[in-house]
Unconditional design. Sequence first.
Length: 265
Amino acid sequence: MANDVTTAVGAVDGAALEGSVGAHDMTMLGLFMQADTIVKIVMLMLIFASVWCWSIIITKRSRLNALNKRADRFEDAFWSGEPLDKLYERVKSRSGDPLLSTFTAGMEEWQTGVASGIPSSVSLRASLKQRVERAMGLAINREMQLLERGMTFLASVGSTAPFIGLFGTVWGIMNSFSAIAATKDTSLAVVAPGIAEALFATALGLVAAIPAVIAFNVFSTNLNRYGDRLDAFTTEFIAILSRHLDQNDSSHKSMTTSATTDQAA
């Protein structure tokens, strides 16, 4: 008789445990819907951060790929031997490309400086080169600031999302212990749902942080390379202008010498 009673009680307890566990939906949607309000807010914040990070990643990746392809085409045209004045007239109306903006800024400053003729004195020629280089440098700074938009958000998500998820985890575990205290039952049926919700918040934090960190590192490297490309183009452009000024100065000196010789004769 005693054995029958024990067996019946065990069966009832097993059925109750099975029903309690089955009452909780352990899918991702179920864990979200059954979570505490604070944990839900944490999850929503992490989901929003993850979606926004991916939108930045996709947009910036396509943007950088397009800019590098355009830069390749422009540099081919730049070194093809086409006169810079004609190239400037052809591309000055185009916008949205950092390399073209840099070239346009330099050409505009150059044309302004030589509007009344190429300076004859060494100091004026040096001043003209400095103004052209400064104009191109300012254009590079403006364009790089535009390209770096979104990088701060990626860095912030990468550094804070795990801790935000950890906050949700701690809050969920606190709720689990509160359930234990209220029911005076330490079975998995009582603590498992709260712990699962807490760990789900941690997982969401990692899902948001890992791509953000990887993307930030990759884009930082790519942006630095593109910035170096713009700086190198500026240096090459200034070198071309310097050669042009030197050739003009040599021609001017030759003409002066010839005129002096003719007068002496």
